[in-house]
Design a protein around this ligand. Sequence first.
Ligand code: DGT
Ligand code: CA
Ligand code: CA
Ligand code: ZN
Length: 574
Amino acid sequence: MARPNEEVEAALKEHADLLAITGGDAFKARAYEKAARAIGGHPTDVSKLDAKGLQEIPGVGKSIAEKVVEFLRTGHVTAFEETRTAVPPGVRELLAIPMLGPRRAMTLFEELGVSSVDELLDAVHEEKLRGLKGFGEKTEENILHGIALMQQAGGRIRIDAAMDVAEQVVADLSAVDGCEGCAYAGSLRRMRETIGDVDVLVAAERSGPFMDALSNLPYVAEVIAHGPKKTSIRTTKGLQVDLRVLPPDAWGGGLLYFTGSKAHNIRIRTIAVREDLKLSEYGLFDNSTGKKITSAAEEDIYERLGLPWIPPTLREDRGEIPAGQRGELPELVTEDDIRGDLHTHTDLTDGLASLEDMVAAAAERGYAYYAVTDHAPNLYMQRMTDAKILAQRKKLRELDRKHRGLHLLHGTELNIGPDGELDWPDDFLADFDLCVASVHSHFKQSRRELTRRIVRACENPHVSVLGHPTTRLIGKRPPVDADFDAVYEACARNHTALEINAHPERLDLGDEEILRAKKHGVKFAVNTDAHSTTHLPYMRYGVGTAQRGWLTADDIINTWPLQRLRRFLRGGSR
Ligand code: DGT
Ligand code: CA
Ligand code: CA
Ligand code: ZN
């Protein structure tokens, strides 16, 4: 995704929040929020557009377009400064707390003088929030929960943001003279759902030029440490990048060590010790003579330890080492195995791109099939009607004829109501090629209610996929409290696939849940839930998460040929 789009999105969103805080025009705040979202999801780089071009983006009028141009030219917007200075930095800090919201942040400041997360915690514990206007019974609990979520995320960042930075650094350092190899390692190579810092490795004879190059990159805000072995910087967005330069003949040893995980490293080091070998970041050595055995490639080191090469996404000490010793590692799904996306939206509901544009982007990705699944009527704010969805079906069938090699499926994303009820009667659902069903509200029901509700939806014969099953938003909203073993059981029994939602904010199911679900013999679908053409490439994060859950292509219905997928969608097992 184009970096400038995200930066503009963040700037406009902040302004919208600050307007809401200062009691400004609510209409104006909403306009900024809408424009922020549209620009964030715009398929092309907005820094290449002038004010006129910007105004062609839905929701961007003349006044906002001019401010975006100024922001892109100077990095700030003069007209925003006044609102910005009216809000103390501490209140801006409060805005980062999930579930608090701008208005309550301002009330806390005005009524209680609270201007930091710590002060807010004190105020809650001293029961000072009770009786404040707009703070209900549950607010205290929600605030404490929001702060806990924020601190749990502990400065870790979303995988897509880390990936953007890592790929940029790798490209920039690969262009430096003397570079014989460059890659990112650490949690990002293992595709963990959040990333603490980015670890980059370079293979080269001399380290100096790379350490200097990193420190001088334009997006570096601070050099934390600069040395011959390791240099660490912080980017303008606050992400730390660690660089290590290795001699080319020690590449494999270094890559293995710095990929981790630490738990995996400790395990394989124990195997080395048993064979009187020593494994370090420099490679594998004979313990008695100190002579180097091998270090150039990861494969050679694993082989000398009696192991096949272990894919980074499995290196978490979750049984991959004994499985490798037995020759029983799974043949992991790859992005190449994915033949289509089964959960996507258009601007008929809350998507940002037209049906035509979404389909063209899917064709561009070389998919064999592609499902359009706009929201159904029970999400009232989306204003779906029978007539609208049927008109879309007709349009989609026509488009399907124009796209050779890409088969279009007409689906919908149903809303699982509080009692597990769905939007349309069964005979209407029967005419869709595919129904995804998801929970979008009533997250706080009791465990029994939630379990019954989700199971009931999965039992509907027309539902083929349970969308974002736990509804968690990483760092923002916890998973719902349901008996997921019962849900997975019901999905297996009813041939309902569990979604692995690939959006980096969701990654739902996550790796641990996938491992648990697989034991029930259930199938999965890796979907992007794209609301814009720029979201389709999120597929890679879904596949990474599926790999971390030890899944093969056979476990995932959207790797299957169309005929087999269709049998599954009709309710058959294979
Ligand atoms: P992160 O950055 O928190 O998302 O997670 P990682 O896994 O990238 O951890 P990081 O950046 O602290 O270190 C990168 C890799 O270096 C880690 O996965 C394994 C290796 N490593 C770091 N410290 C140690 C250590 O004390 N012992 C061992 N065996 N390996 C370590
Ligand atoms: Ca790291
Ligand atoms: Ca690190
Ligand atoms: Zn969706």
